[in-house]
Ligand binder design. Structure first.
Ligand code: HEM
Length: 258
């Protein structure tokens, strides 16, 4: 009875079943290509490079917004900017992507460094690292860990406070805004907080000094003509961006005091 039913089913739906089987096989092949790429060292490095470049772009936009904290307007421009960002649906999507990319960048850095340790469990008897690579490139893990700690403190102090805390309100031309400036100013009236930011920006600088050019190299954008220019821009970026980020708490600390 069962056999008869199976034969009838096959006759009726044979073509559809075959099509489904083929689709599953194609999807499996496709999936295995994706998982293979993500599990290969090159694939992991590519993910690190792409997420790293996105985070670099985020830093530029974030810095441009935060520099408005330096305007002598009691935080009006910054608060209006923060409100525009919070209500923009495109920015909301970018923000989710940003957190996802931070996670991927961190997780893959751990996977890669574990893999590297496994492939070379015993350290070289004579380490040539100091001669063929700079300090930053050998300490990306330590630098990244400090930046992660910075991020957790930063997100708790600002992001969490603004989104879920009781942010004071301020009114401009009769319209109410969250006073994000007040949250930042309160934090930067504490010298320990300011010192923490300045020190962490030093770590960010070293991390970027290697990460910037290294990302381009991983993406294969290595060229006799362009590599020196990329390295130069990377060095400049790794100094200017963290220095400007560090300037904000220092400037606010002294202007709040006076
Ligand atoms: C003086 C330096 C900085 C200031 C004043 C500052 C200020 C802020 C503020 C106020 C927020 C909350 C924004 C809101 O929800 O309205 C925020 C979010 C954030 N900050 Fe910063 N920030 C600084 C440096 C940095 C640095 C150096 C990094 C990264 C290394 C960073 C990463 C982030 C991230 C990932 C978020 C969450 C953004 C999102 O919603 O996607 N910030 N920052």
């Amino acid at each position: 009875m069962k056999i008869l039913f199976a034969r009838g089913f096959e006759r009726k739906f044979g073509e559809q079943v075959q099509y489904l089987n083929q689709t599953i096989l194609t999807n499996k092949a496709h999936m295995s290509w994706v998982t293979k790429t993500l599990n290969s060292t090159l694939g992991r490095k590519l993910l690190m490079a792409l997420t790293g470049l996105f985070l670099i772009l985020f830093l530029v936009v974030h810095l441009a917004g935060n520099l408005q904290l330096l305007l002598p307007d009691g935080g009006e421009a910054f608060n209006k900017y923060a409100a525009t960002m919070a209500s923009n649906p495109f920015i909301k999507v970018v923000s989710i992507g940003n957190f996802a990319f931070i996670l991927i960048h961190v997780i893959y850095s751990i996977i890669l460094s574990r893999h590297n340790k496994k492939s070379r469990p015993v350290e070289y008897a004579v380490s040539k690292a100091s001669t063929n690579s700079v300090w930053a490139s050998r300490n990306m893990g330590i630098l990244g860990t400090v930046i992660l700690i910075f991020l957790l403190v930063h997100l708790k102090g600002f992001y969490y406070e603004v989104k879920f805390g009781s942010t004071p309100m301020v009114s401009y031309e009769g319209v109410e805004f969250k006073d994000v400036y007040a949250i930042v100013a309160t934090a930067y009236s504490n010298i320990l907080y300011v010192a923490f930011y300045v020190i962490c920006m030093g770590f960010l600088s070293f991390h970027l000094s290697h990460g910037f050019a290294s990302a381009f190299q991983t993406l294969g954008l290595n060229h006799k003509k362009y590599t020196p220019a990329i390295q130069f821009v990377g060095r400049l970026f790794s100094i200017v961006v963290p220095a400007l980020f560090a300037l904000i708490p220092v400037y606010m600390y002294f202007t709040i005091q006076s």
